[in-house]
Design a protein around this ligand. Sequence first.
Ligand code: SF4
Length: 125
Amino acid sequence: MCCKVLDIEELDKRAGPLCGHCTATNGCTIYKKRPEVCRDFECEWLMERSLANPLKPNLTGTILMIDPDTDQYQAVTDPARPQAWRHPLVFKHLIAKAKEGHVVVAKSGLMSWRVYASGECAPWV
Ligand code: SF4
């Protein structure tokens, strides 16, 4: 999913289309030479072993991640499924993160929403 839904500046890849180096059968065709940004990226589901298995990105349609530039806790979805972050398990998790004090933002392509500890959501720029 990260090879599809994330915007990757180094590859001039926008959010949504699958990376041109990715194949359905063999994965990354430039794996050994993939850019540093791909080598370094790990979503919260990979990093945070306490996350429930049903929060796995391919099951919810949502990648959970800390944005390194803004420190926001983000839920990034495929632009083809822009509301996937409203999946009950994901939404409950996002509210819990907001209650911990994180700035929580759901993103889908160019659209984004702030998720507050109260459970309210609002478009976010
Ligand atoms: S270069 Fe490889 S790892 Fe990076 S986004 Fe493309 S397919 Fe994925």
